[in-house]
Structures are given as C-alpha cells and as structure tokens.
Design a protein around this ligand. Structure first.
Ligand code: ADP
Length: 701
C-alpha cells in the first residue's frame, strides 16, 4: 500500500473514533470498520477484549494480515464477493495477540459513498470457539445450507409462508374441504396469498436473475411482483402440495423480474424437514427461457414443415431410415465399401434394404396417389410394397446415391399402388444432412402417367407423320426408284440373253457363261438392295437406335438420290471426314433427313432456274459431336422465312405440305442434336445438323 494512502486512512481513522467511539464502545459485540483496502479504521472496546490488541495498535493496520485470518475459500474471493454483493457472513479462523487460534463468526456489510463506491466495511464479530457441540452442529448445518444456497446455479428463495398458513387454517376452520375446487372458484384468494408471501432471503443468482443487482429490493417484500397472473395456477398448486404435505413440487411456469420481464422458469418448491417449524419454504427457480424459446422455435418450424408437408400437392412420404442405418453400419463392419458391386453380387440385398425403410408419415396427396383409404394404411409399411421388380434398377441407383451421401436423387420410374397396380412416377428423394440426422429421408412421387401417355402419343404421332412424309418423299422419288430398279433388271435381262447365246453355241463357252452369271447375281443383289432400302423407307417401324457410322448413313442416302441427281444434272461433292466416331441413331430417320434436305435443295435450285446446280455434303467432328452440312447453289432463304422455316406447315411451294423440315427438326432433337439453316456467301442455303457421338467409343456398326 502506498504510504500516502495509509496516512490518509490513518487520518480518517483518527477522526472516526471521536464520532463513533462512544457509541460502539457500548456494544458488547466486536465491531471493526475497515477501509475497502483492508486497513482498520475503527476498533471498539469489545474488539480489544476479543483479540487482545489495543485500538492504537490496530488502527491503520491490515486486518486480515494482523489477525492471520483463514477461511476455506481464499480471503481474496470472499472480499470480491463482498464488494459485489455488499454482504457476507460466515466463519473465520483468526489468531489472537496471545497466539491462540479462535473461530470467529463475522458479518460484513459494505458502506457505500454517494456514487455507490465502497467506502468502508463494517464487521460484527463473535467468538464461537466455545459454543456447545449441539449449537455448533446447528450452525454448521445452517452454514452448509447457506453455502449450498449460494453456490447453486439456481435462483433460490426462502419464503415466509406463515401468513398464508393462517389463511389456509381459516379456510379449514370455515369447513373448506376441497381446496382445489375452492381455489378455482376464488382466484382472488390466491392473489391475496401471493400478496402476503414474504421474501426472507434470496441467493446471488436470484439477485442477478430477478432483481436489478440489489438484494435489498428483493428481500423483505412479498413475491407479488414476481408472480404474474398467468402463473397463479402454479402458486395454487404449490399451496395444494403443501396442504397434502408433499415434500416438493416442480412445475414449468413464467415468472416476472423486477423490471417486468417475463422469464420461463422451472419452479421447484420444497419443504425441507428443518424448515417446518419456521413457516418458511424453499423455492428454487431455474431460468429455462432459452430452452423454452428454442423449443418454441423448433415447434414452430416443425409446424411449418408439417403444414407444408400436408399442403403440398405432391405426394410426400417421410421415410424412417433408422433401421437402414444399422444395415449400413453392419456393411461397414464387414468391410464392404463398394456398395454398387455388393448389390450386384447380392441382388437380394435390395429387398432387405427396402424392408428396412418404413413409411413414417405421408400427406393427403400420397394417400390419394397410392389408392389408400387413409394415412394409417401407409404409415409403417416397408417401401418394398411400392416397387415392382422392373423398377429395382432405380432402387439400386438411389441406394448407391444414398451411400455416396448425395442429397437428392431423381428418376422417372414405375411404382405400385397399394392394390399392386403400377403407374408412371417421377421419384424424388431428398436426404439432406438435417433429415439424415433425424433418421429420415423425404420422398416425393409425382404421377406422370398422363405425361408418359402424352409423350407416347406424341412419339407415335411424330412417327406417323415422319412415315407419311417419307411416303410422300418416296412418291417424289418414284421415277428415280423405277430407274434405279430398272437398271439392274435390264442388265440382268441383257446378260440373260447373252448367256443364252453363249450356251446355244455349238461349243458353249462356259467361262463366259460363268462370268455373265456372276454379273447377273450381283445385279440381282443390287436390285434386291434397292428394294430393301425402299421397303425400309416405306415401312412404319418404331424408331430403332443403333450404332452407325455417320458416313455410311450419308452414302446410303446419296444412293437413294442417285438418279434424281443425274436427272437434275446436279454436281454433287462429298467431303466426308475420316475416322468419325459412331453415332447412336435410327438409320432410316437419318437418311430421311438427308434425302429430304437434298430434295428441297434440288427443288429450290430448279425453281430458281439455277444454271449449274451444285450440292456439297460434308461430315466433320465438332464440339457437339458430329456436324453434317449440306450446301446448295440455289436462291438461299429469304430473311423473313428464316424464323419459320422449321415450323410445321410452313411452305412456299404450291403443292408443299410444309412438314419436311419440321419432321427433320423433331428427329434431330429426339436424337439430342440441333438443326438450323443459314445463307452462304454465294447466295445458296446451307443446312446444318449436329448429333452427339455415341458414349462409349467402339467401332461403328
Ligand atoms: P415443303 O418442302 O413441303 O415446303 P419443308 O418443311 O421441307 O416443306 O420446307 C419448308 C420451306 O422451306 C420450303 O417451302 C422452302 O420455302 C424452304 N426451303 C427448304 N429448303 C430450302 C433450300 N435449300 N433453299 C431455300 N429454301 C428452302
């Protein structure tokens, strides 16, 4: 301590006895006043008698150091507590001037200045060394209780209930038997009971939680400010518990702080055996506002989820996956990591997996879609019921996705209704970490039967149209076809006659006949090939995808056009890239496109009176896969037509249908490609389409 401070304290101390000395010397108890720093300011006669030090000797000295004070808790912590709370009482061990150790019971109170700053600590002390054992025991108990009371994280209140007891006794005297009914009928009785329940003591936690930091504002008054009306029932219940001599009662309720804030509290009242005679009860309050708020939050978000779940027009299934978890764990324990390979080797695992997943909840839309009477028919069912064997590959993929911890999985598939009938669905699975943590996943099923049927009808319609347009295309090619077939037939006839001549010679030239025969066989085969191609074009087979070499398709299509090109004197140039990867497509449909584009070009070139018609066909590889180009030397496409070229029924021809290009586009898009047209510098038109190459590289078929 700096010298100046000590001098100042001593100076203050010198004046104090003059003022207080006569008063305090008359008190039988030891009264010591010390500065917040611990230096003694005042030392009365009883203190001289107790400790054996004279006033002169002690003034200005550090109290704890001089008396060699001890306490189980460090003195430093006690002092800190004292400054915070303004009050402390307990037992200390101190050494007298004679060297003897004594147990001193002290009560400390902080005196504060006008601005609340501590100016002094008043101590009342009593030697309890020679108290009787019984007395000591009681004190010890009380002390233990105090420590416990203070140390608990809960806010503790000691309440004086004696007035309320009298009121209850009055009721009993007046013949009230059913207290519960009586309390319900007379809520004002509870209000007046609350108004006479006095606060005897509170612990620090209570001061913090309910008060504004000052214990005085809580102790001495009644509990009325802390009991809001809405919690009256809980008070009534604790009265009933006391009437029925229950040892304790716990309820969640709301209590009010001094500044009117409501807190959610776990309220426990107990009647400790030692307190019976004193008419006091002990109340513990734990602030559960945070928990209640969190619970409320969870409840509202659950409610939101529930409402949403029920209101969705999509059929939703909440699937309980807790058993599936065990399955995963057992697989992991067996060292199985590659789940896809495992399922392939043990296909029955899929069924075990589906059996382990049960419907936890469903919404109304799910009840409808599944043809159930109500939710109970679906809840608890294993999902196995909803999957026909033909859809197991989808289950397998969703299982693999789930083991990969994918959050979503979606696929079009077939599911079963409760009666076993199958329907087309869009199956969507959501397994967000939040859902997984609660051992569930969400499944949405959309009935796409109509969509699938519509798509099927559309596909059929398109193929009918494509067929019709192919037939009309063949109609346009009749002359060419007749010529194409005629050629080998005529050759066969000529060769047949020649052969007959060689045979009818006196010495038949068999070598010649053999050569002629070979020619006839190859001509007959050519004719058969042409007819097979025409038949394929004319047939109405469903679209059939296969691996194709792009160039072969183009070359075959050109063969179709052979005669037409000759008749129109078209100069055809092919520029086909070598080693193109295969495409996966329908041969006839692609040839239809090439033929269609070429016929259009020839017609336009003829219509425009083009003197030297030219067609340039090219195949090449591009970023999107295969790129096919056909360029003509016709008039090109007028700007105003460019937008509408591929629309159905757009035609500039007197007898045109306007379906050709629209069908070309449908076919190309169904093959995941693009088709468009542009004008070229020399004035002609260029039609381009792209198609993706087949996925796994292999030799084209
Ligand atoms: P259609 O041949 O029955 O008219 P398409 O759909 O095949 O039906 O063609 C639509 C229109 O596109 C044609 O009428 C024509 O005006 C235009 N067209 C097609 N190909 C070409 C081309 N190579 N050059 C200029 N215009 C073309």
């Amino acid at each position: 301590m700096p010298e100046g401070h000590r001098a100042e304290s001593v100076d203050t101390a010198r004046k104090l006895p003059d003022l207080l000395g006569p008063l305090l010397d008359g008190v039988a108890e030891s009264v010591i006043v010390r500065a917040p720093s611990g230096h003694v300011l005042l030392w009365n006669k009883a203190s001289e008698a107790l400790y054996g030090y004279s006033r002169e000797a002690m003034l200005g000295r550090h109290l704890h150091d001089s008396l060699n004070a001890h306490h189980p808790t460090t003195l430093e912590r006690l002092e800190q507590h004292l400054l915070e709370q303004g009050h402390w009482e307990g037992e200390l061990k101190r050494t007298l001037a004679s060297g003897e150790d004594r147990r001193i019971e002290v009560r400390w109170t902080v005196q504060r200045g006008p601005e609340g700053q501590p100016v002094a600590v008043i101590e009342y002390g009593r030697d309890i060394t020679r108290l009787s054992d019984a007395e000591l025991e009681t004190r010890l108990q009380a002390h233990r209780y105090r420590n416990l009371f203070q140390a608990m994280a809960a806010a503790f209140w000691e309440l004086d209930f004696s007035e309320v007891r009298k009121m209850l006794a009055g009721l009993a005297h007046a013949g009230v038997k059913d207290f519960r009914a009586w309390f319900e009928a007379h809520p004002e009785f509870i209000d007046s009971a609350i108004a006479v329940t006095r606060v005897v003591d509170v612990n620090d936690k209570t001061v913090m939680l309910f008060g504004n930091g000052r214990r005085e504002d809580l102790v001495g008054g009644t509990v009325a400010p802390f009991w809001p009306r809405e919690s009256r029932d809980v008070y009534a219940e604790s009265l009933l518990a006391s009437i029925h001599r229950l040892p304790s009662l716990s309820r969640e309720t709301r209590l009010s702080t001094l500044d009117g804030r409501l807190i959610d509290a776990l309220f426990t009242v107990c009647w400790p055996s030692g307190h019976h005679g004193r008419g006091t009860v002990l109340v513990g309050v734990i602030d559960i506002s945070d928990r209640v708020a969190a619970e409320r939050e969870v409840r509202t978000s659950e409610l939101r989820y529930r409402n949403l779940f029920q209101a969705m027009s999509t059929a939703l299934f909440q699937i309980d996956t807790s058993r599936q978890r065990e399955l995963s764990a057992s697989l992991a324990a067996r060292g199985i990591e590659d789940i896809a390979a495992y399922v392939d080797s043990e296909p029955e695992f899929l069924v075990i997996y589906m059996d382990a997943m049960r419907v936890g909840d469903v919404n109304e839309a799910a009840v409808r879609i599944m043809g159930a009477k109500d939710r109970s028919e679906l809840i608890g069912q294993p999902v196995t019921r909803f999957w026909p064997r033909s859809s197991y590959p989808v289950v397998r993929r969703s299982l693999v996705a789930s083991f990969r911890q994918d959050v979503t999985f979606e696929e079009e598939t077939l599911n079963c209704r409760l009666d076993g009938s199958e329907f087309n669905t869009l199956f969507t699975l959501n397994a967000s970490p939040e859902l997984r943590a609660r051992n569930m996943v969400l499944v949405g099923l959309t009935d796409i039967t109509e969509r699938v049927a519509a798509q099927k009808a559309l596909r059929q319609l398109q193929s009918e149209f494509a067929h019709a347009s192919r037939l009309s295309m063949l109609g346009e090619l009749t002359a060419s076809i007749a010529h194409e077939v005629n050629q080998p037939l005529a050759a066969i006839a000529t060769n047949g006659a020649a052969g007959a001549r060689w045979l009818s010679r006196r010495e038949p030239d068999l070598d010649e006949v053999r050569a002629i025969n070979a020619n006839m066989v190859s001509d007959a085969k050519r004719a058969a090939d042409i007819i097979a191609r025409i038949r394929a074009m004319a047939s109405n087979k469903a679209s059939e995808r296969q691996r194709l070499s792009p160039n072969t398709v183009v070359e075959e299509a050109v063969r179709f056009l052979h005669h037409e090109l000759l008749a129109h004197e078209v100069d055809l140039r092919l520029e086909l890239a070598e080693d193109l990867p295969a495409i996966e497509a329908d041969r006839v449909q692609l040839q239809q496109i090439v033929v269609n584009l070429a016929l259009n070009a020839m017609q336009e070139m003829k219509r425009a009176g083009c003197p030297s018609p030219r067609l340039h066909l090219a195949t090449l590889a591009c970023d999107d896969g295969l790129r096919f180009e056909m360029e003509d030397s016709g008039p090109g496409i007028p700007l105003e037509h460019q937008e509408r070229l591929f629309q159905s029924f757009f035609t500039t021809k007197a007898n045109g249908l306007g379906m050709g290009l629209s069908i070309c586009r449908t076919i190309i898009e169904a093959h995941c490609g693009r088709i468009w047209a542009e004008n070229v510098a020399n004035g002609g038109a260029r039609f381009i389409f792209t198609l993706p190459f087949a996925r796994t590289p292999s030799r084209p078929g």
